[in-house]
Design a protein around this ligand. Structure first.
Ligand code: GLU
Length: 506
């Protein structure tokens, strides 16, 4: 009884605002988004905030910002409204009560007046017998008239589903096939809590129905309660959506689910399962989407580079894989490299600006970065790497470590001599163009009878302050004559000090 394929899909991403958006949620959002865009349907954002105890105030904003950063813009949602709002469950409380009462009237649900104390005792007894917690049906057969009277008199109550005692329920997951559960194993689960708020099970079914959702793509953690939802659809007499429970994410080792401790450990290594961190660490949304898409989905088992447009065209529900996927951060770096190199240089320059600003180079503009980008585009993984590699371009002075000015295999005296000769060569040149400096400095290498790395390494440290930099000659050109000469002189002074302080080596 699933809706026909091929017509515009109305899908939703329905996060609970209990924490920041992580890769599991982001991937569910991505797949829903792709299906909506591919079929010309709608992608809805619904905030499932009925669990007030786990509510985290700043997470709703994080969810929205992270989704937008990924480029997963929704068509309807709490901030933009839409024809079937409100899109925040806490603002729909009245509605859920109505539907829960409708189920009571149809004989599929009942009022339960059991005290928390009684329920606690019940749990305890079942635990002692080694049984899972389960309601014993104590209020199941209270005559409806009596129950109504007690509710009207203000007696505290919940509404429970009257799970059938016989037969079985067969729930169909598109990628997992039929899932059969014996009804006798189901609990009379709560639909409406004593505070009048719905449980997730009631709210999700009512909202997916009222919002006209055609496909539910969500995490595999909902598989176990999936048959309950199927029961609710049948009790209401509603048409079910197509159900897809996405693969579970495992630790990078492939052993077990990712724990809180893993999350903390990842962050120490500049890796993360939180989208806001990946953004801050300088990953591109294109790379994150590409990485996420291939965790639990594949196109042809060969193609690995996908833009959002490719994904919209090529995504298919049939190629979703139910088996768990181990999180692989090396793959993320791999995709990041591919997407960094695929960006037009001027676009990369634009994306780098905030990273330079954050590192304290607050005056840096896109125009400043444009000539640098070709030198670093193939040498960075995260956008943050660009600052480490090219920040020196924006320093008035650099402070080389005097030890690093002495290339391996040379004495400080020899290094000093190399620096003086290199300065002389550079001073004599009409400009710092790569095509001018390169032949002149190579000639110096030959003349000194040294290795290129001795001479170039020293100049690199002198001019950039670091041992790893973009290609030397292009770097000299961009740094410019005055600064290059000034930095070479400074390096000579540092080497002179060093020679004086270490007479042993003379
Ligand atoms: N609010 C649920 C969650 O955050 C949504 C599950 C679903 O998509 O049905 O996991």
């Amino acid at each position: 009884m699933t809706k026909a394929e091929g017509r515009p899909a109305r899908v939703r991403f329905a996060p609970s605002p209990t924490g920041y958006l992580h890769i599991g949620g982001a991937r569910a959002a991505l797949f829903n988004y792709l299906l909506a865009r591919q079929t010309g349907g709608q992608f809805i954002l619904r905030i499932e905030d009925t669990d007030r105890k786990r509510y985290q105030p700043d997470s709703e904003q994080d969810l929205m910002e992270s989704l937008r950063w990924l480029g997963l813009e929704w068509d309807e949602g709490p901030d933009k409204g839409g024809p079937v709002g409100p899109y925040r469950q806490s603002e729909r409380a009245e509605l859920y009560r109505r539907y829960a009462e409708e189920l009571v009237e149809r004989g599929h649900a009942y009022y339960c007046f059991c005290s928390p104390e009684r329920l606690r005792r019940l749990r305890e007894e079942r635990r002692k017998q080694g049984l899972p917690p389960r309601y014993d049906g104590h209020c199941r057969n209270i005559p409806p008239e009596e129950a109504k009277r007690r509710v009207e008199a203000g007696e505290p109550h919940v509404i429970r589903f009257k799970a059938p005692r016989e037969g079985e329920v067969i729930a169909h997951d598109l990628i997992r096939g039929p899932i059969r559960v014996a009804n006798k194993d189901l609990d009379d689960f709560i639909l409406l809590k004593s505070d009048g708020m719905p449980t997730y099970h009631l709210a999700v079914v009512v909202d997916d129905h009222l919002m006209g959702i055609t496909h539910v793509l969500r995490g595999a953690e909902w598989l176990s309660t999936f048959p309950l939802h199927v029961h609710l659809y049948r009790a209401f007499g509603w048409e079910e959506p197509v159900w897809v429970h996405l693969s579970l994410f495992l630790k990078p080792s492939g052993k077990g689910k990712i724990s809180k401790r893993d999350v903390a450990a990842f962050r120490k290594g500049h890796k993360s399962v939180l989208i806001r961190d990946l953004r801050e660490f300088g990953y591109l949304p294109e790379a994150v989407n590409n990485w996420l898409a291939l965790m639990g989905w594949s196109y042809d088992d060969r193609t690995e580079f996908f833009t959002m447009q490719d994904l919209i065209e090529k995504f298919s529900l049939e190629r979703l894989k139910p088996s768990p996927a181990a999180v692989n951060f090396d793959k993320l770096d791999h995709f990041q490299g591919l997407h960094v190199r695929a960006l037009p240089p001027e676009e990369l320059a634009r994306r780098l600006v905030p990273f330079f600003h954050k590192a304290g180079y607050t005056q840096v503009t896109e125009d400043d970065l444009r000539p640098i980008v070709p030198l670093i585009q193939t040498r960075i993984v995260t956008l943050d790497d660009a600052v480490r590699l090219a920040g020196f371009f924006f320093e008035d002075q650099v402070e080389p470590n005097p030890d690093e000015l002495v290339p391996k295999g040379l004495t400080p005296e020899q290094a000093l001599e190399v620096a003086r000769r290199a300065l002389a060569v550079l001073e004599a040149l009409p400009d710092m163009k790569a095509s001018t400096t390169e032949p002149a400095l190579r000639a110096l290498v030959d003349e000194l009878g040294l290795k290129a790395r001795h001479v170039f390494g020293l100049i690199r440290v002198a001019v950039t302050g670091q041992r790893v930099s973009p290609p030397l000659f292009e770097t000299l050109e961009l740094v410019g004559r005055d600064k290059v000469l000034e930095r070479m002189r400074r390096a000579i002074a540092l080497l002179e000090d060093k020679v004086q302080q270490s007479p042993a080596s003379s």
